[in-house]
Structures are given as structure tokens and as C-alpha cells.
Design a protein around this ligand. Sequence first.
Ligand SMILES: Cc1ncc(COP(=O)(O)O)c(C=O)c1O
Length: 298
Amino acid sequence: MFDINLLPSESHSRVDSYSLNTQTLNLFIKRDDLIHPVISGNKWRKLKYNILYAQRNQVEGIITFGGAYSNHLIATALAAKISQLKCVGIVRGEELSYHSNTILSYCTSLGADLTFVSRKEYALRDETIYKQQLLTTYKNYLIIPEGGRNYHGILGCMEIMKETSNDYDYVCVSQGTSTTSVGILLTIPEKTKLIVCPALKGFDSINEMSQAMLTMGFEKEFVRDKLTQVIVLQTDILGKYGKASRELKNFNTELYDRTKINFDITYNAKSLFMLDDFIKKKSLFEDKILYIHTGGFS
Ligand SMILES: Cc1ncc(COP(=O)(O)O)c(C=O)c1O
């Protein structure tokens, strides 16, 4: 069963102290990347209650969505296999196949049934009619939105801070769909600021986080107040989604030399680059800062 076999190792609760630049800092890294080699970091958090829900409701399988290099797709394929659920992956790009890259071939080897669709069709993924059509083909399946962005995903991410002292001045996390950051925002104390680093150019962090909390049923006033704790650091100056400039690559190499921790370029290295810059600009050398390592590969 999912929650027995995949119980995260204790080591992920580690919060170690690091320095990013030459000055001494109160910087800590929460090692959610150590939860599981594949279902790592926020993937585990976002899938946990979705899979439990699927099991409790005796669904036959999961349908989810992702791009060619989706960390979420591969994590869902494995979580479904371990939980004895079928998995259907709707993949963006009809030009792709199982052989296009190691992520897609690994998903297939795990038994996931991948369907490659046009970008136009993929854009319909959150439309009710499209989802109803999918559920006509795949009866008794549970749809998990792209990136695990739903109520159960947020619920899982609300457990991250419980494993820390939760008394930081700043907590920093990368952002894709905003599910992880919303889970964190809902559980940090008022005095803590949440720094979010969206990986996608043009991502409207505040609006996305607001929508996610309102959909969960929180009052408008509460959502507005909570969002005053958020600081957005845009990462687009570091290059396109999934791409790394030389500067970013060098930063990531230096980061590895200092910490001996691998950080993926798309989300974590970019976010740490922005955090480093923010710390220097604001001279946050006395403040207690927590960085959440969200795992990931590319
Ligand atoms: C490694 C990694 N970090 C961060 C994120 C962004 O998380 P979220 O979509 O919950 O904002 C993702 C995407 O799921 C990811 O794969």
C-alpha cells in the first residue's frame, strides 16, 4: 500500500544549516528531496492524499497530465504502480512517443498508458467537458490535475512545515502551479514571510495562490491577509523554463560544491539563485531563513 511502502525516510525531516555566499547566514534547507528517489519532494506531498483518496474510493486508476519532462508524471506513474492503481498520462505534444526521452520511457515501463496530444487538446485539460470525456473512456478513474494542483495536493503540502521549528523570518520555495507554496503559506505563522520563485515566465503568483485558496473555501479577507506575507521573486531573468544560462549553471556547480546537494535547474537552482540575490540586496544576515528543497530531476 502507498502509505506503508512509501513512508518517507526520517532523513527528509532534516533541516541543515548552510551558507550561500561568503557571509555567515542563518540559512536552513529542508530536505524534502530525500523523501523518495523518484517520488521526491513536493511530488510525494502532492500525491499522498490523492492516492489515499483513490484507494479509499476504490477507483481503478489515475489520469494525470504533464509535459515531456514532467516530474509529476513520472512520480504519479510510480506511485500508482506501487498502490496497484492503473495510470493514464496525457502528455503535451503529439510529436512525442514513449522513446522520446528517459522520463517517458520510464513511465511506460512502470505500466503507465501514455497518450500524446496536441498542444490545443492539452490546453483543454482543466475543462469540465474534456474531463467528462476522459472519464467516459476511463470509467472509475480519478483525475489528478497537472502538477498535482488540487485540494488533496495542497493538503499534503500543509504537512511540510510541521516537520520544522516553523519559527522562521523567511521561508523560500519554488513555484510551478503554486500548490506547494499555498500549502506552506497556510501553515506558517503571521510573522513569517514566504518567498516564492515562479519557474514559468508570466506566472501571476498572487492571483494563482489567491484562486487556489478561494477554491479551497477560505474567506476572501483571510486570503487577502495571508497574501500580504508573500514576496514574489521572478526568475525569468535567468532564462526560459527548463533552460540554464551559464551564470545559473556556474551557480549550481558552486552550490553543489558547498552543500553536496543536487538541485534541479528548472525549479530549485533558479530559486536559490534568486534567494541568494535577495539576501544580499536586503542584507538578511541576521534573519532565520528556510529553503524548501522540492526534489526533481531536470
Ligand atoms: C522539483 C519541483 N519543484 C517545484 C515545483 C513547483 O511546485 P508547485 O507546482 O506545487 O508550485 C515542481 C512542480 O511540480 C517541481 O517538479
